[in-house]
Design a protein around this ligand. Structure first.
Ligand SMILES: Nc1ncnc2c1ncn2[C@@H]1O[C@H](COP(=O)(O)OP(=O)(O)O)[C@@H](O)[C@H]1O
Ligand SMILES: [Mg+2]
Length: 451
């Protein structure tokens, strides 16, 4: 990550460098074009001026010498030749004709005698006819050449320095930024490694509100739920061990007593053993249900369409014998078609667990079931005429291992925890109303159709 960000910046800098070179090249080219353009203009002007000094077969030497003067000031060494190649006038001749002091001064300016280089020849015309030749070459004017060189050098230096400042600056920024950007990711990686080694207490510190911040949030939530699960798992294991020990101890002593002949009432002994085995079976069933409920966190909902009118009586019919044994009734009071799309297996576990509690905590009367629609949800209400739940206990009944009556030998206190977990997975809601001595009603609300 760090290297990637850095490389990205580096590419940007490299592009900037390249464009810097192109820019420099363009400036230099423009400068050179400008200079040669100016020179061409000057030469054109000189040519025209020389041509105009030719009138009816004669050269006007006054005009010509003025032209040459101007040319010299512009830095051009000039010779004008007639058609047969004889020199009419030249920069040299003009110089020679000057008074001595002036000549020296001019020489210092133009370096006439040290100027070398090939003359460039241009034909001179008058009324469409060739009248002579103009030869020209630039003076070796040191100052101008130096000035040009200085200009070029300065431009180059300016571009180089500005590039260096920008380049080094952005390089440093790139380094710092890549360090800064990758820091939260590195923290996250370190935290993930800790979790890998079983330390669920790690959290990453996040201040950012960007993607990385969100990722850290999700990570922390994950770590938290892992920690919670780990705690519950340990609790569950110790509870299971504890719950297993009691019936197993009772079975062991009963069997030993039977074998030793200490117990006279064999039938009573066997009944005790059978009861404890039943407890063990219940325990295993409870653990199975917890496993199913937990697994449903990770599995998709298996939704199918059912008609509550047929589904609910089907569930109660299976439980009917147990209710009859206790002289209780169980009935579905509604009788209307209501098609819903749900995970049937989970819905069944939920209803069974709630009804099993009603059966356990009801001594007279029984259970009645209602169902119907509540805006965009459907509800199933299971009401019993049992002993009820004290108001201050209601907040705890969905906790794992919570049992209202610790002496109650049936149950692990897992039933309602499972119910709650499944309801959550199914995006539903559960409500409880209860009056001690009068009864309890559980209402579950679930979405009518697939989400
Ligand atoms: N229908 C009910 N009537 C009275 N008390 C109930 C009812 N349903 C649940 N409870 C209370 O809530 C507790 C938790 O229920 P549950 O999680 O199913 O555990 P368990 O059934 O193993 O005791 C019960 O121990 C009981 O005190
Ligand atoms: Mg229960």
């Amino acid at each position: 990550m760090k290297t990637k960000i850095f490389l990205a910046f580096f590419t940007v800098i490299l592009t900037a460098l390249l464009s810097n070179f192109i820019f420099e090249w363009l400036i230099m080219r423009d400068f050179e074009n400008y200079i040669s353009g100016v020179k061409e203009d000057q030469l054109y002007w000189i040519t025209v001026s020389a041509e105009s000094s030719y009138e009816s077969g004669k050269w006007n030497l006054d005009i010509l010498s003025e032209t040459i003067h101007w040319a010299m000031i512009m830095g051009i060494d000039i010779k004008i030749l007639d058609l047969s190649g004889n020199e009419i006038i030249s920069s040299h001749k003009i110089m020679e004709s000057l008074p001595h002091v002036m000549k020296n001064g001019m020489e210092g300016l133009f370096h006439l005698h040290t100027t070398t280089g090939i003359f460039q020849e241009y034909p001179l015309y008058r009324r469409g006819k060739i009248i002579g030749t103009l030869s020209s070459r630039p003076f070796q004017k040191k100052e101008i050449a130096e000035k040009e060189a200085v200009f070029k050098k300065r431009t180059r230096n300016f571009l180089l320095i500005s590039f260096l400042i920008a380049g080094i600056g952005s390089l440093i920024i790139a380094l710092l930024l890549s360090q800064y950007l990758s820091k939260p990711i590195r923290n996250l990686k370190m935290a993930a490694e800790k979790i890998e080694h079983g330390d669920f207490s790690v959290r990453t510190l996040t201040k950012a509100h960007d993607e990385v911040g969100k990722l850290s949030d999700v990570f922390n939530k994950m770590a938290e739920s892992l920690q919670k699960e780990e705690k519950l798992r340990k609790q569950l294991m110790s509870n299971i061990a504890h719950e297993l020990r009691t019936p197993l101890t009772i079975i062991k002593t009963q069997v030993e007593a039977l074998a030793d002949g200490v117990i006279t009432d064999k039938e009573k002994g066997l009944e005790n053993i059978d009861g404890e085995i039943g407890r063990l079976i219940n325990l295993v069933k409870g653990i199975e249900d917890v496993t199913i409920a937990e697994a449903s966190f990770f599995s998709r909902l298996e939704e199918t369409e059912i008609n509550l009118k047929e589904f609910l009586p089907g569930v109660t019919a299976e439980l009917l014998p147990l209710f009859r044994d206790k002289n209780l009734h169980i009935e579905v009071l509604d009788d209307k078609d209501l098609f819903v799309t749900v995970d049937v297996e989970k819905l069944e576990i939920i209803i069974r667990n709630i009804i099993a509690n009603s059966l356990k905590f009801t001594e007279k009367g029984g259970v009645s079931i209602h169902y119907g629609i509540d805006i965009n949800r459907f509800f199933i209400e299971i009401r019993d005429t049992g002993k009820g739940i004290p108001e201050n206990k209601i907040p705890f009944i969905f906790n794992r291992f919570y049992r209202g009556d610790k002496t109650d030998s049936h149950g692990l206190g897992l039933g309602l925890a499972i119910v709650k977990e499944l309801i959550n997975v199914m995006h539903g809601e559960i409500q409880v109303k209860s009056m001690v001595g009068e009864g309890t009603s559980f209402s579950i609300f679930l979405p009518l159709s697939k989400r």
